[in-house]
Write a protein of this length. Structure first.
Length: 53
């Protein structure tokens, strides 16, 4: 899922893999990138729906 924006993001796919591994979740770097894209999209959607008039 490509959101179409070129904003700077602080968490990389490799970081996500490391964080999830600490919680016992094994995931590949490509899948981690897809999960991050979804999370960024959902967080932006939630902020827009709840805090913008």
């Amino acid at each position: 899922m490509e959101t179409g924006t070129k904003e700077k993001r602080k968490i990389t796919s490799a970081d996500a893999v490391t964080i999830l591994k600490k919680s016992g979740i094994e995931i590949g770097e490509k899948k981690a990138g897809e999960v991050l894209e979804l999370m960024y999209f959902l967080s932006k959607l939630i902020v827009n729906q709840n805090f913008k008039t």
